[in-house]
Design a protein around this ligand. Structure first.
Ligand code: ADP
Ligand code: MG
Length: 210
């Protein structure tokens, strides 16, 4: 049965980091329409720091890797959204304990714990035009699949559909909430980042584990 080990998990974070870095300017443009225009720069800088911190770990266990990512996002993104993106990783750490391999259900539990943390911290639900619109359906799709390959594929597709659904929404959280109806027609940058993270994971799985 396939599983994710520590080397795989660092490669997965690296794949996410590369994908958000490639989309940095596009994410900044989305945030310029709805917020202050910094999302691509802050998320890609924070992910680059996460990759460096992971490389510097003396004992790169699964939980050390996930924790290093949480800390990098919390400390390097700054602001409310840094805390929210960081919380996604931080809340998963406890589910890992001292495991050295993750099977599909454990990965699903890790993602689900992260989603719960994000909802508790940011108080956004589906339909509020935030990253939750991509994350909630992605985590549900991952959980409903019965093995890794189909789980990543379904989660990536659900995250993309969820991110696109934010275009028609008025924001009830985050800076975009001050725009009212003027937010309609613009896709949420944080939800787009979540779609990129799951698409990167899906591609990485296909290229390296299948
Ligand atoms: P900031 O708004 O501090 O400049 P970013 O631009 O990096 O932060 O990130 C903005 C993204 O954060 C939004 O697109 C949205 O997806 C996400 N976000 C904002 N507020 C919340 C919240 N309360 N819950 C969940 N996600 C949120
Ligand atoms: Mg911003």
């Amino acid at each position: 049965m396939s599983a994710i080990g520590a080397q795989d998990l660092s490669a997965l974070i690296q794949a996410m980091a590369e994908r958000v870095a490639a989309e940095r300017e596009a994410l900044n443009r989305l945030d310029a329409a709805l917020g202050d225009g910094d999302h691509g720069t802050s998320i890609s800088t924070a992910f680059a720091v996460a990759v460096e911190e992971i490389e510097a770990l003396e004992q790169p266990s699964l939980n050390a890797i996930w924790l290093a990512t949480a800390k990098a996002l919390m400390n390097r993104m700054g602001g409310a959204s840094g805390a929210i993106f960081g919380t996604f990783f931080l809340k998963g750490v406890a589910t890992l304990r001292d495991a050295d391999r993750l099977h599909k259900d454990a990965m699903g539990a890790l993602l689900a714990a992260g989603l719960e943390g994000v909802k508790a911290r940011g108080k956004a639900g589906v339909g509020d035009k935030t990253m939750v619109d991509a994350l909630a359906p992605a985590v549900a799709a991952f959980g409903a699949a019965d093995e890794f390959a189909s789980a990543w594929r379904a989660a990536a597709a659900a995250a993309r559909t969820g991110a696109e659904s934010t275009r028609d929404q008025v924001a009830r959280q985050g800076r975009a909430k001050f725009l009212g109806e003027r937010a309609i027609g613009q896709q949420d940058p944080g939800a787009t980042t979540i779609a990129l993270m799951f698409e990167a994971s899906h591609l990485w799985w296909k290229e390296n584990k299948q």
